[in-house]
Design a protein around this ligand. Structure first.
Ligand code: DGJ
Length: 696
């Protein structure tokens, strides 16, 4: 709901529990007024009437108060917008118009010297407290091209509080989305990616709390960016204690695009959320918003998949994949995925990327016969691709060496023996469309795992007069290709992968059905990765595999099938072990776990998620609640001194009701579960359990 008050110069956007307000002064300064609990139009007017704080020498009256600080004029904060022509740098705005379109407010400002329009978009849908913000910048004049050095999607302003604390999700390959909390001090904290993709190093999200919020209580502000290329989020604490958060495309301010007269740039969405229900309440609000408005086809349940990457690597054959498919089907798997090495001369990571036709020695009659067998076994059929890349040893590169990102005369740096295709080129876009559309049209494929295994290093484009635009245009081309493929093949689901979790953000999630959370499939490490991941994203998109023990990929750790399954069942379950090596007993046990997962899947994938205890050594647990049902997944890393692990105090259930344990028949009182907790019965090392409860 959007209310417009104060002669139409103050706007209040309200969701179920929160409001957001901005105000245009008589001098046409667009100021931020409020972000927090619900307020009325009259409250917003009272705030607007308060006027500016006292002025101090050397400080700007605008800093920390503007809705969208730009470069130019009396401003010293980090600008969200920076524009230049050969002669004039920075902008000077006049208010042009404001209009409400349903749940979206658009405020348009104009710069007469540049011939530039800036529209600030704010959207708050009725069913959520998440505010979606983005900007559109248009060259409306007939003068020289405008260089857009930076155009952040939004600047978020937080109220003054004592002792802000910053939460972030940092990582690296095989250790993504680890939650860290630290005190925020004066100055700036910058996170982002200079890599051309979202990156393993940070999820584009921050959360701030000031009064010691806990998992279930307290005020939390969060911001998340929907962009899959290089990006930056900057959190500034200004001298007067106000916190401002800017976020958008590109890490530096060195130039995104050049706008010719008539051209526009639209930023991605930088979404914000206020919650007074602690970190858990904020997560649940983020999850609900993504499932309702971001993730495509989110109401559909994701199937249990099998993928042999960890088991077979590049050494695959049709016969071996058929054997694995039969074992997977017998286990209850619903989607069989052929990973890397089915195409071109891809028998190692040195060759074949770019040649998207089946390897004739490995699949003499193409993928059709394997797909048919997989379908005959009652499973869907999926394939792996990495369309944005090419090996130098490939037919594609031999034919088009100029199609990769490179600087003339400089070395073409290879990571994982591969180069990055310049997707900003239309001929490359059309080639990829032809290859992928052809593949999906000729083979009955139900699922595509879309990988991206290296960062940009040589982002040059010889012959192009503004080559750095490829950073932005690569991502736009990727999005356009995915959108076009989804439209042409609506029954095909897509997974975003980038060497594990290197491309997880709201932008890619708006066009993929799930993401590969991490290449780290160690079930213990995964608990921390999943704990971080679910701060922002829902379990419905969080793919997790059960692989072999000892863990082959990383650490050689032994773990029981029970522990591995319960860990992976917290998201979208997959199996990735070498099933030809599993004993009959292991296969039978796995079948039971898969069956159990299917029973709890509606809760895990579409229920409300409560993180009961963080994975910090001892006992950790998550709980999912949907309607009258609830399921608890708990893990004990190590028991000490023979002590019983603590009881788990449940959440989201009715204190007045009784709950039946569906496996033991035991009855529990809701109030006891909420206040005193549930005994898990876990003991020893690396134990795990699933407890299903239903209102009696
Ligand atoms: C990286 C992915 O994260 C893995 O799961 C696997 O698909 C390999 N790439 C294949 O090259």
């Amino acid at each position: 709901m959007i209310e417009s008050v104060g002669k139409g110069r103050t706007w209040v956007l309200s969701g179920p529990t929160s409001s957001y307000a901005l105000h245009l002064t008589d001098d046409d300064d667009l100021l931020h007024l409020h972000w927090g609990p619900r307020i009325s139009g009259a409250d917003a007017e009272a705030l607007a009437a308060q006027g500016p704080p006292p002025s101090w020498p050397f400080e700007s009256q605008l800093d920390g108060r503007e809705e969208y600080p730009v470069e130019g004029g009396p401003r010293f904060v980090r600008p969200a917008l920076s524009v230049r022509t050969p002669e004039v740098r920075g902008t000077e705005w006049c208010f042009a118009e404001a209009a409400v379109y349903g749940d979206e407010l658009r405020v348009r400002l104009a710069d007469a010297v540049h011939g530039l329009d800036l529209t600030l978009h704010h959207r708050m849908r009725d069913d959520t407290d998440v505010i979606e913000r983005w900007v559109t910048v248009t060259h409306t004049g007939d003068g020289p091209d405008l260089e857009l050095l930076r155009a952040d999607a939004a600047a978020w302003t937080l109220p003054r509080r004592d002792g802000w604390r910053l939460s972030q999700l940092h990582g690296r390959w095989a250790a993504e989305s680890l939650l860290v909390r630290s005190e925020l001090t004066y100055g700036e904290k910058v996170i982002g990616s200079r890599r051309g993709h979202t990156g393993h190093q940070h999820l584009p999200w921050v959360a701030l709390d000031a009064e010691g919020a806990t998992e279930e209580r307290g005020e939390v502000y969060g911001c998340a960016l929907g962009w899959s290329g290089s990006w930056r989020i900057s959190v500034q604490q200004l001298p007067d204690g106000v916190v401002q958060i800017t976020g958008g495309v590109g890490h530096d301010d060195s130039g995104l695009l050049r706008l010719a007269p008539g051209q526009s740039y639209t930023s991605p969405v930088f979404a914000g959320l206020w919650s007074d229900k602690g970190f858990g309440g904020a997560s649940r609000a983020w999850h609900a918003w993504q499932l309702a408005h971001v993730v495509p086809d989110a109401a559909a349940e994701r199937p249990v998949l099998y993928n042999s990457w960890e088991a077979t690597g590049f050494d695959i054959s049709e016969k071996q994949q058929r054997a694995l498919a039969r074992r997977a089907a017998a286990m209850g798997v619903e989607l069989f995925v052929v990973d890397d090495a089915w195409f071109g001369q891809r028998t190692s990571d040195r060759a074949g990327l770019g040649d998207w036709t089946p390897n004739p020695e490995r699949f003499p009659d193409g993928l059709g016969p394997l797909a048919d067998e997989v379908h005959g076994l009652g499973m869907q059929f999926g394939i792996w691709v990495e369309p944005e890349m090419v090996n130098a040893d490939s037919d594609l590169y031999r034919a088009h060496p100029d199609w990769v990102q490179h600087h003339p005369g400089r070395a073409r740096i290879e990571f994982r023996n591969q180069l990055v295709l310049n997707l900003a080129r239309e001929d490359v876009q059309e080639y990829l469309w032809g290859q992928l559309d052809g593949l999906l049209s000729s083979t009955p494929v139900d699922y595509v795992k879309w990988d991206f295994n290296r960062c940009f290093t040589d982002a040059g484009w010889p012959g192009e007069d503004y080559p750095q635009k490829l950073w932005v245009e690569h991502v736009h081309a990727l999005y356009a290709l995915l959108d076009r493929l989804r439209a042409a093949h609506p029954s095909v689901a897509f997974e975003s992968c980038s060497g594990g979790g290197g491309r997880i953000d709201l932008g890619i999630l708006s066009r993929t059905d799930q993401v590969w959370t991490s290449d780290n499939t160690d079930p213990l490490d995964r608990l921390a990765i999943q704990h971080g991941f679910t701060q922002l994203h829902p379990a419905r998109v969080m793919a997790a595999w059960v692989t072999d023990s000892p863990n082959v990929q990383l650490n050689g750790r032994f773990s029981t099938l029970r522990f591995r399954f319960v860990s992976a069942m917290a998201g979208v379950l997959g199996v990735g072990g070498d099933l030809t090596e599993w004993t009959e007993e292991e296969l039978a046990e796995a079948r039971v776990w898969v069956e159990l997962y299917k029973k709890i899947r509606p809760l895990v994938q579409h229920g409300e998620l409560y993180r009961l205890r963080a994975p910090e050594g001892g006992l950790s647990a998550v709980q999912y609640v949907k309607g009258d049902e609830s399921v608890v997944l708990a893990w004990l890393q190590a028991q000490h001194y023979g002590e019983q692990p603590p009881r788990l105090r449940l959440r989201g259930i009715d204190s007045a009701a009784a709950y039946e344990d569906l496996d033991t028949g035991a009855l529990h009182r809701g109030s006891v579960l909420l206040h005193h907790g549930l005994h898990t019965g876990l003991k020893g090392d690396m134990d795990a359990t699933v407890i299903r409860l239903r209102r009696h």
